[in-house]
Ligand binder design. Structure first.
Ligand code: SAH
Length: 353
């Protein structure tokens, strides 16, 4: 079964070939504009609705749902049809709601400090599986309007380029999200950044930098050995020129590793010519990486160093750390059903304490 968002509009027309032609628009708008499930499309004749409930059945099955930050953050774990597992995080803010979507089950980039990287790669997500995460979040956000999507969940979006771009086109063209409210975050896959520069939708680009000298970056983010910092900077420059968008760099602050004065100096020197905005994220703990995050005072000091050096930096407010939903904490391990129950019970009892 294809899943409700897997079909293109032409394929949907094929599916509804024996229906009056206006049905295609009705079902398409129902799925994308009104974000309904087929069962909720009450304007359809019962027989058709029942048929669609079957052939457009959801491809994501909720395996777990947790709320953190007093209900302002929701993390789902979804099972896919083949048993692969992904996570999606919805975050409410006073002025907007944002969803963080996964683009792959697992990740092959092997960044040392990231839980997804530590668990390895399972498979690419399809366009429909990516769009469906947004649809789920839109439904859950009601009556608030979900207006932003960040491609910062599990996986490396530029290592799944075509399907991710298919999702972006759908979110923009069919679901009405503005390109400037879509942000793609990459570890720095240079060919993907170059390709992005040739697209006609200017989405925001965030690059996970974390180190501004090759020796350290080679260690923390092994992909740097293939696309070192000078090559990455050129690709970023190309994107900024082509899109007119401001670039941002993500920098997870790791105590004693990338939070020294010399790191701030290297980062400022790298970011300034690109006009990049720096997002500082205190490192979130993960099972496979023993080094601690920089404490809050150190984070503030690092930010001051950057601004004194003429760079533009803010500290990202961490969301969902109480439910392991924060940056880099999305893990793919698919435990046996028994241990899922045990661990969620353990989690609940932890929360009660
Ligand atoms: N593969 C993409 C998107 C997923 S990671 C990328 O690398 O950008 C989303 C962000 O979380 C990235 O900036 C990543 O470097 C960061 N991150 C990973 N592990 C982290 C951790 N333990 N603490 C804080 N941020 C982390």
């Amino acid at each position: 079964m294809p899943g409700p968002y897997e079909l293109s509009r032409e394929e949907m027309a094929g599916l509804l070939a024996h229906e009056p032609s206006y049905r295609v628009r009705q079902v398409w708008d129902g799925l994308h504009t009104r974000v309904l499930q087929p069962a909720e499309m009450t304007e359809l004749p019962v027989a058709l609705r029942t048929h669609l409930e079957e052939v457009l059945a959801p491809s994501l099955t909720e395996a777990d749902r947790r709320e953190g930050d007093e209900g302002e953050t929701i993390k789902w774990r979804f099972d896919l049809h083949d048993g692969a597992r992904i996570e999606t995080v919805l975050m409410h803010y006073p002025d907007r709601s944002t969803v963080c979507v996964s683009t792959q089950a697992g990740c092959a980039m092997d960044c040392q400090f990231c839980a997804t990287g530590q668990a390895g790669f399972t498979r690419q997500l399809t366009t429909g599986e990516i769009v469906e995460q947004v649809a789920e979040a839109m439904r859950a956000a009601r009556p608030r309007r979900l207006s932003r999507v960040v491609f910062m969940g599990m996986g490396e979006p530029l290592a799944n380029y075509d399907r991710v771009w298919g999702a972006i086109v759908r979110l923009h063209g069919d679901m009405g999200l503005s390109a400037r409210h879509l942000t793609l975050s990459t570890v720095g896959l240079v060919p993907g950044i170059r390709r992005l520069a040739g697209e006609d939708l200017p989405v925001n680009l965030a690059v996970s930098l974390h180190a501004a000298n090759d020796e350290l970056r080679d260690r923390l983010l092994p992909i740097n050995r293939r696309y070192p910092l000078t090559v990455l900077a050129e690709a970023c420059q190309g994107y900024v020129q082509a899109s007119g968008r401001r670039l941002s760099f993500e920098w997870a602050l790791i105590a004693g590793v990338n939070d020294r004065a010399s790191d701030a100096a290297e980062l400022a020197a790298y970011a300034r010519p690109l006009g990049a905005h720096i997002n500082l994220i205190p490192l979130n703990p993960t099972p496979g990486y023993g080094v601690l995050g920089t404490p809050p005072e150190g984070v503030r000091r690092f930010r001051r160093m950057l601004t004194d050096l003429g760079a533009n930096a803010t500290v990202r407010v961490t969301r969902g750390s109480d439910i392991d939903a924060a940056c880099g904490q999305l893990a793919t391990a698919a435990p046996k059903p028994q241990s899922v129950r045990l661990s969620s019970r353990m989690h609940r009892s932890n929360e009660l304490r």
